[in-house]
Design a protein around this ligand. Structure first.
Ligand code: MN
Length: 146
């Protein structure tokens, strides 16, 4: 399989971007392209997510792990109870049951690759109590208010 990358559009040949229905409590201005999927020798799904300026990815946790590489732009990520600036090339591992969310800075989209197991559990979203507990850390509250 060969999929040519279109640098102007940030698209790969034959891959249709999936736009998430707007649900601002969960995500905003995000598209997903599934670049590779396999259930045989390499049982993973490899995706490219793009968060438009000022948007964010889903705020969630789950049993399955993520391995993320920032491909484009910059933003901030919530990883557990830590907030990190993320830039092109950064590599992020998200262990099981770790709260996570990616937010794009203003100006440029934030694009990242994300590797997951082909067989994985569904995401769980934070309850009001979870959010309250997370907000106790001022930098986390500041991130959530961005
Ligand atoms: Mn996730």
């Amino acid at each position: 399989m060969y999929r040519k990358f279109d640098k102007a559009a940030y698209r790969w040949d034959g891959v249709e971007p999936h736009e998430y229905k707007e649900n601002h409590e969960v995500f905003r201005h995000v598209t997903k392209q599934v670049l590779f999927e396999n259930e045989g020798d390499l049982p993973v799904q490899f995706r490219y997510f793009q968060v438009e300026p000022g948007g964010w990815s889903s705020f969630e946790h789950h049993e399955h792990m993520h391995m993320v590489v920032i491909f484009r732009g910059q933003g901030h990520a919530l990883l557990g109870d830590e907030v990190r600036e993320v830039h092109e090339g950064d590599l992020i591992t998200i262990p099981p049951w770790t709260w996570h969310q990616f937010k794009a800075d203003e100006g440029e989209p934030l694009g990242f690759f994300c590797l997951v197991n082909a067989r994985r559990d569904a995401p769980v979203y934070p309850t009001e109590e979870d959010v309250k507990a997370l907000r106790k850390k001022p930098e986390v509250a500041a991130f959530l208010d961005r």
